[in-house]
Design a protein around this ligand. Structure first.
Ligand SMILES: O=C[C@H](O)COP(=O)(O)O
Length: 251
């Protein structure tokens, strides 16, 4: 499982750089503009320059409306600025067809410029609170649009977690659907260390984290702490080893 950490700008990206050996993807966000709030192009560029070259930069395009042209142009801005994972939160899409329209436009805009960039279609585990597409529709939306990753995060950051809205069994189904469609599956949403075990067992490819690696566990007032990133990774490694031992014991 890959660890994606979301700094809110260049200063926190430098803290991520101090913990670079413990993380896999640096995800540029602007949390005060929403769960998947988009940051400025120049911030994406500065973060790209601030972290080791072998660490991919992800950038969120925002909690987007159903406006394929607008979103495609924003996605191009993110990839031109140096991001190679382009994340789109389908906040304003109320049907799968709307999600596919937006994601197809994004895939074309991104891949015309950088064919090897990965496009992430993100839905929300708490979709029922905001009226957007059902979480389990995301793998099909992503696959039909030609995206690479299906993701779930939470839209409302009020302390509730991924598993408060979508059970581990439903997350397992999400991962299964994503894999059956040839996609990677990414899960996020106030993930805590206690959630790593179930996420590992269901075969999650990417776990996205911010609050759990911020001072005081607070994604808004706390700042990312390198030692918390290292601790989170250690717990991931422990669960991966346990799972590998279980698989060996069974076979
Ligand atoms: O993409 C991952 C998010 O930034 C997760 O943030 P969170 O752990 O504070 O919910």
């Amino acid at each position: 499982m890959l660890l994606l950490i979301s700094p809110d700008g260049v200063e926190e990206a430098l803290d991520c750089a101090k913990a670079a050996e413990h993380l896999d993807i640096v995800d540029v966000k602007k949390p005060d503009e929403g769960s998947l709030g988009a940051n400025f192009p120049w911030v994406i560029r500065e973060v790209r320059d601030a972290i080791p070259a072998d660490k991919p930069v992800s950038a969120t395009v925002g909690d987007v409306p159903y406006k394929p042209g607008t979103v495609a142009q924003a996605a191009l801005g993110a990839v031109v600025s140096g991001a190679t994972y382009i994340k789109v939160g389908l906040y304003g899409c109320t049907t799968p067809d709307q999600g596919i329209d937006v994601m197809r436009a994004v895939v074309r805009a991104v891949k015309d410029h950088c064919p090897e960039a990965l496009v992430v279609a993100s839905g929300y585990a708490d979709a029922h609170r905001i009226g957007c597409v059902n979480p389990l529709a995301l793998p099909d939306i992503a696959a039909r649009a030609g995206a690479d990753v299906a993701m779930l995060d939470t839209a409302i950051k009020d302390g509730t977690r991924l598993f408060d809205h979508v059970s581990p069994d439903t997350c397992a189904e999400f991962v299964r659907l994503a894999h059956a469609a040839g996609l990677l599956a990414a899960l996020a949403g106030s993930i805590k260390q206690a959630d790593i075990g179930p996420l590992t067992r269901i075969g999650t490819d990417i776990v996205g984290v911010r609050g759990a690696v911020c001072e005081g566990g607070d994604r808004n007032t706390g700042r990312i702490q390198p030692h918390l990133v290292a601790g989170f990774r250690a717990e991931m490694d422990r669960h991966a080893q346990e799972l590998a031992a279980d698989v060996t014991a069974v076979s």
